[in-house]
Design a protein around this ligand. Sequence first.
Ligand code: AMP
Length: 420
Amino acid sequence: MINKVKGTYDVLPNELGKWYFLEQKIKEITKKYHYYELRTPIMEYSNVFHRETELSDMVTKETYNFVDKGNRDVTLRPEGTAGIIRSYVENKLYVASDLLKVYYVGPMFRYERPQKGRYRQFNQFGLEAIGSKSSLLDAELIKLSNDFIESLGLENVTIQINSIGDSESRTNYLNALVSYLTPFYEELSNDSKERFKNNPLRILDSKDLNDQKIIENAPKPIDYLSSYSKKYLDDVLKYLEIFNVKYNLNNKLVRGLDYYSEVVFEVLADIKGLGNGNVLGGGGRYENLVSELGGPQTSAIGIAFGIERLLLAIEHQEIVKEEVSEIDSFIITFSENEKLYGAKIFNLLRDKGFNVDIEFNNKNFKQQLKKALAKNSKTLIIIGENELKNETVTLKNTKTEIQTEIKLKDLITNLEKEIK
Ligand code: AMP
């Protein structure tokens, strides 16, 4: 037997109900907030993601890279933002309007250790508002996230907010953090030792218990914000009050990617046993990605939700009941000639808009009946020798179990009555 690739999964037909539910809610929320869909390829030239300034583990260690037959370096997208920005720049989408609000839904690829809520191919729903540095826009996106979670019926979800400030704030903060961490260097976990060299900010995000103890007393980014960044954060929070959005200020919140600045946020569920899997989505403002990918200096903000995490939360709270599918009628036939007659009826009823099915294999009556009941068929249309000879059918209501032989020309009116 050939197995699926490690870290991937199949979505079987009976599991799709909650996906459709989620997709519907995505359509509704994006329409309400005027975000339009932008579909980009799942593969991009590697330098879309592998940029000099992007040293996060996710991009340096976890991407699926390959060289194609034309000797080009290609990467399966690990996240949606860089591809969207590549498209924004390549299609000069900044010409038509000063602010572009777009969303995407689709698969991302990261070579991570698979566990519950963490896969190597997973899906994200993300939104990007490109072309404005407005605290009102930050607040609107956070409000959208809040509305989206509410529309799914999810409870016990909080919005965590932090500011890592502009580059001046971050330089000051990083100096303070490095001075604080230096005496603890030997005690840090191996991962954090590495981050100490490349991106000390991410040590705040460490899940290692000993690291967390050390971080407990570390300086906080919020205390190192420039006056501009402090005001920016305050303004976002003021708008959130106006929008009635509840949030927690979280000093330790930093995001996995290096391009963020100013306000960052996460949408956090509280499901026991999920640990890090509780992070349903996260995002923030980014200032330099558009220019790094060859466009004009443009400020933007985005968020990405993990679809599988949202589905886990929906499942956990039993929000979507599996739909019970029903059909109007199942046509039971026996001989070759009866099958031809049955096929004619099958075609007629389908054309008239009934939801009908027929036996395709050669099965006996009992087996066909079992199949019809498994499909929750409201009626049976039984065709035997007599029915074929008399141009009739036997119509049976599976609930009342009453059956009558009727003329073929009367079938539609009778069937309509039975399935009401
Ligand atoms: P990020 O792009 O890392 O900011 O992730 C945004 C969201 O995508 C996270 O909050 C998760 O909900 C989801 N996510 C990230 N990585 C994975 C993964 N390997 N498997 C499933 N979901 C993921």
